[in-house]
Design a protein around this ligand. Structure first.
Ligand SMILES: CC(C)(COP(=O)(O)OP(=O)(O)OC[C@H]1O[C@@H](n2cnc3c(N)ncnc32)[C@H](O)[C@@H]1OP(=O)(O)O)[C@@H](O)C(=O)NCCC(=O)NCCS
Length: 176
């Protein structure tokens, strides 16, 4: 199911046929540099099952980003329910294939996910959880209007919490 459309991409729900696509990111140690480790096929299948269950429970999850021009898999971007410092938070997450880095795709997809979270789902606060050394990810967060809020400890390490706050004037089409 297609959830979102941006200038260059379609974002659709992932399913069990996407293992090979996702392995392009999860088996790449450079793309997974700020994660505990790469993921093998079985772990990638678990990841897909986890996202499919998130679609059912929360109406969102990480979606697959496909290039409109040729249908190629470019990455994944979406919304993830998290628990940060004992509070529920909705995170914007983004991971792209290395060959597509630096073309503004993550920023474009994350902007659409931000607007979907605010305008369609009614969230007024969205966050990103970022390794303190992940400069590209911090840049994407800043470019979609997030600002550094605090450092916390989760996933067994220090993590920067970046936050976006929606205001009525910024998002006039949002729910009342
Ligand atoms: C983070 C990630 C999604 C960014 O994807 P992308 O499509 O290259 O992002 P964009 O092109 O939209 O923007 C990246 C910005 O970061 C900047 N950037 C990239 N690497 C950087 C670095 N090492 N230091 C500082 N800035 C950097 C780019 O110049 C660009 O900013 P600009 O447009 O002002 O020049 C991609 O690097 C990725 O998939 N990384 C692996 C997974 C990951 O770490 N995800 C984030 C988890 S929190």
């Amino acid at each position: 199911m297609i959830v979102l459309e941006t200038k260059r991409m379609l974002l659709r729900e992932m399913d069990m046929s996407d293992v090979e696509n996702l392995q392009g990111i999860f088996a790449d140690s450079e793309a997974m540099r700020y994660y505990p480790k790469t993921k093998n096929v079985a772990e990638t299948e678990d990841w897909i099952r986890w996202n499919m269950s998130s679609y059912r429970v929360f109406r969102f999850g990480l979606w697959l980003a496909l290039l409109k021009e040729n249908g190629a898999f470019a990455g994944q971007c979406g919304l993830v329910m998290q628990r940060v410092d004992d509070l529920p938070e909705v995170e914007i997450g983004y991971l792209f294939l290395r060959k597509f880095w630096g073309q503004g795709l993550a920023t474009e997809a994350a902007t659409a996910c931000r607007d979907y979270g605010v305008n369609q789902l009614g969230y007024t606060r969205l966050i990103s959880l970022i390794d303190p050394h992940n400069r590209a990810s911090k840049k994407v967060a800043e470019k979609i209007g997030m600002a550094f809020e605090k450092e916390t400890f989760m996933f067994n390490k220090h993590i920067c919490v970046y936050a976006f706050h929606a205001t009525a004037s910024e998002h006039p089409t949002g729910p009342s």
